[in-house]
Structures are given as structure tokens and as C-alpha cells.
Design a protein around this ligand. Structure first.
Ligand SMILES: Nc1ncnc2c1ncn2[C@@H]1O[C@H](COP(=O)(O)OP(=O)(O)OP(=O)(O)O)[C@@H](O)[C@H]1O
Length: 297
């Protein structure tokens, strides 16, 4: 099957500006994203995430290397057929309403739907914008503009969604709603490539994460692989009797961190003492596990 995204040895050098020397923002990135996969591209500020996205979406040309979407080179406009793209801080034409913006998206992508208005309203309502569908976007908050841009991208029923920091500017409820909508899109077979500074935001969504650091793809891991790199687990239980090594917590709860290899032994001791297990989880967040991978490599 043709990959949704196929990138080979991609390089981008920004030319010299004033006194600054040329800057190599991408140093030979290679990566394949399968159709139906959600790939989270994670990295600190200035790592090269937006540069890569701009090349994939045809906004900017690479200095060297190749990139294809569904087998079509990204400098061919046909590569953008069926592509939904939301840049970081999308700028919307502020004299239009969300309903008009979504309608324009359908026309641009030549998407035929039976009832255009009902289709656009459906997506605006999913993004909590039903009440402002007919108001011009001038004066919209950052979060409302972000949700309008996301609704615009999803309304065209894309086969691939490329999203640069899709959760930035959203409040916690907005973030959760957007993650739910993206998870539904993924369940329906859609492919997502998204960037984030914060692994926690996207850990529920992504099948694989790539960590980019200073223009180099430093590690690609599935969430399970990342969790597996953590060799200690935290066990929390509830019970009256003290168990060797466990620290008491308020409300009759107990907690201990043990090596993965000692987990069953710990659970057996808890069972013998009549404790109920509340949780067993890796001690590190995925974020910290990722940093360990990068620092270790
Ligand atoms: N037009 C440009 N000219 C020169 N340097 C640039 C240009 N655009 C980006 N850069 C530099 O390239 C590097 C990568 O930038 P990029 O925007 O791709 O990073 P990013 O990972 O998306 O960062 P952020 O998370 O802050 O958005 C940065 O050091 C940035 O300063």
C-alpha cells in the first residue's frame, strides 16, 4: 500500500539573513506514515516541526531530499488533493463567517455534499461554533479561530490531516473535545500527522511518536515502547495492614515504587495482606520516558 507520507533525507537550509549565517533547520529527516496511522511529531521550540510541515503542505520547498503524499511529490499541487491542513496560528479572512469559510473549503476541494449548509453546520456544531456560525470571525478569540480552522479542515472529509499545534490556544475542555473529534476521524480510517510541544496532549491519539531535536529525528516510538522503557512501576493500594516497604497515604491508601521484575511479588504480598489494588502504572510520564530515550541516544 502507498504510504500516506513518505519523507526521505529531507533537508532545509534557510539562507543567510543580514549578519546571520545560513541555518540548517532540517538535517536529513526520513520518515514514513502509513495510511490510517496517527503520527505525533514532538519537539521543543525551534526543533524544525513547522519547517517540515510547511514543506509537506507545499508552502515551502526543501533544500534537498524528497517528500511525497500518497505517492505524489509535494511540489506537485495534486499532492494536496484531499489534504486538510491547519497551520499554527491560522489566519482567517476576518470579513467572512465560519459558515462561509467552511463553504469555501468545500468548493476549493470540489467536495459534493447533498446539503452544503447542513454539512457545514454539523461540523461547526461539533466544534462548539453553532451559535456564531453567521457572525464574522473578526474579534474571535484564539481558541475560536483555531476551532473554526479545524472545522474547515475536517468538513472537507480529508484523507490526510496535517495539523501544526492543533491544541494550542484551546482551553482544557476545548482540548479534550478536539482530541475526541480527531480520535473519531482516526477511527473512520483517516490519517493524521500532528505536531505538539507537549506529548501529554497527544499521547491518547498517536500510534507512534517521532521526537525531533535540532533538525534531526532522534527517536520514533509507539506509546507501548515508551512505557516499556520505564523499568519502574508505581503500585497504589488500599488496606488496613502495613505491607513491607509501602508508604502510607491519607485515607488508608499505600504506595510503593518497585522494579518491573518485582511487580508480581509485590501484588502477591498485597493480596496476602488483604489490600485492594487501586492502580499500577509506569513511574515516568511518556514525556520523561521520551527525554530519557533522547538523552540516552
Ligand atoms: N524563514 C526563516 N528564516 C531563517 N530561519 C528560520 C526561518 N523559519 C524558521 N527558522 C529557524 O528554523 C528553526 C526551526 O524552526 P521551526 O519553526 O521549524 O521550529 P518549530 O519546531 O516549529 O518551533 P516552534 O515549536 O517554536 O513552532 C528555528 O531555529 C527557526 O529560528
Amino acid at each position: 500500500m502507498t504510504a500516506a507520507i513518505d519523507i526521505h533525507d529531507l533537508r532545509k537550509t534557510y539562507p543567510r539573513r543580514w549578519a546571520s549565517p545560513p541555518f540548517e533547520a532540517l538535517k536529513g529527516v526520513s520518515l514514513t506514515v502509513a495510511e490510517g496511522e496517527t503520527f505525533g511529531f514532538i519537539g521543543p521550540n525551534g526543533a524544525g516541526k513547522s519547517t517540515l510541515i510547511k514543506i509537506l503542505t507545499g508552502v515551502m520547498r526543501a533544500t534537498a531530499g524528497t517528500a511525497q503524499l500518497f505517492g505524489v511529490a509535494v511540489d506537485n499541487s495534486a499532492a494536496r488533493t484531499g489534504l486538510g491542513y491547519v497551520p499554527e496560528n491560522p489566519s482567517l479572512p476576518d470579513y467572512l463567517t465560519p459558515l462561509e469559510i467552511l463553504g469555501m473549503g468545500l468548493a476549493l476541494h470540489k467536495r459534493q455534499v447533498t446539503d452544503k449548509k447542513a454539512h457545514c453546520m454539523h461540523w461547526l456544531e461539533r466544534f462548539g461554533l453553532g451559535d456564531v456560525a453567521n457572525k464574522t470571525v473578526r474579534g474571535f478569540s484564539k481558541g475560536m479561530a483555531q476551532r473554526t480552522a479545524l472545522a474547515h479542515a475536517l468538513a472537507v472529509q480529508p484523507r490526510l490531516l496535517i495539523l501544526d499545534e492543533p491544541l494550542s490556544g484551546l482551553d482544557p475542555i476545548g482540548r479534550r473535545d478536539v482530541v475526541d473529534i480527531l480520535a473519531d476521524y482516526r477511527k473512520g480510517g483517516g490519517t493524521i500527522f500532528l505536531t505538539s510541544h507537549v506529548l501529554h496532549d497527544v499521547e491518547r491519539l498517536a500510534d507512534r511518536f517521532g521526537l525531533i531535536h535540532k533538525g534531526e529525528l532522534r527517536a520514533v516510538r509507539s506509546p507501548a515502547e515508551l512505557a516499556g522503557e520505564d523499568d519502574r512501576v508505581l503500585v497504589r493500594s488500599q488496606g488496613a495492614a502495613a505491607v513491607d516497604g509501602m508508604q502510607p497515604e491519607p485515607g488508608g491508601r499505600w504506595v510503593i515504587e518497585v522494579p518491573r521484575t518485582a511487580l508480581w511479588q509485590t501484588l502477591r504480598a498485597l493480596e496476602a495482606a488483604g489490600h485492594a489494588v487501586i492502580e499500577v502504572k509506569p513511574t515516568l510520564s511518556l514525556e520523561t520516558a521520551f527525554l530519557h530515550v533522547v538523552q540516552g541516544g
